[in-house]
Write a protein that binds this ligand. Structure first.
Ligand code: SME
Length: 151
């Protein structure tokens, strides 16, 4: 499915007044993972309120052992510190990388902000190299803004 077609479906999920935000975030992961060919794993890692760690709240795709990631470790941990999008065209070229599956070739991590604070991120793994472009970045920033507004 194209991103333009996915946007109304994301809105449909997030605009359900009776659904708790955690369920909405899970539904967004499921939607993206099952409708975008190159999105093989989709998850939200959220920062602990006081500790410098990220915690996996939701995921769609193969289960991962990496449910807690310290700030600074891996692509996710680096984004927790840098506050910047991280697009990895080839995960094998990265020194500071945590492998969740041997099949993964590329990854994108987009930070989520609330009141200017980096509160977590959306992380997407792809089994295709170079799977992510600026359109993905803008789309995922948009998803994160909508989610953050409900947290
Ligand atoms: N690859 C990530 C770890 C999370 S898994 O992709 C699910 C990283 O290097 O931080």
């Amino acid at each position: 499915m194209k991103i333009a077609d996915l946007k109304p479906k994301v809105l449909e999920i997030l605009q359900q007044p009776e659904l708790p935000i955690n369920h909405k975030m899970q539904a967004v992961c499921d939607l993206l993972q099952s409708n975008v060919d190159t999105y093989d794993w989709v998850g939200f890692y959220m920062a602990h309120e006081t500790e410098p760690t990220l915690h996996l709240w939701n995921q769609a795709g193969e289960p991962t052992d990496h449910t807690v990631i310290p700030f600074g470790k891996g692509i996710c941990g680096q984004v927790a510190v840098s506050n910047k999008n991280f697009v990895v065209d080839d995960v094998h070229a990265q020194d500071n990388y945590i492998a969740c599956s041997i099949h993964v070739k590329s990854e994108v991590v987009i930070p989520m902000f609330k009141d200017g604070k980096n509160i977590g991120q959306i992380d997407i793994d792809s089994n295709t190299p170079n799977a992510f472009n600026e359109e993905d970045e803008r789309f995922l920033e948009w998803v994160n803004e909508l989610v953050a507004a409900q947290l």
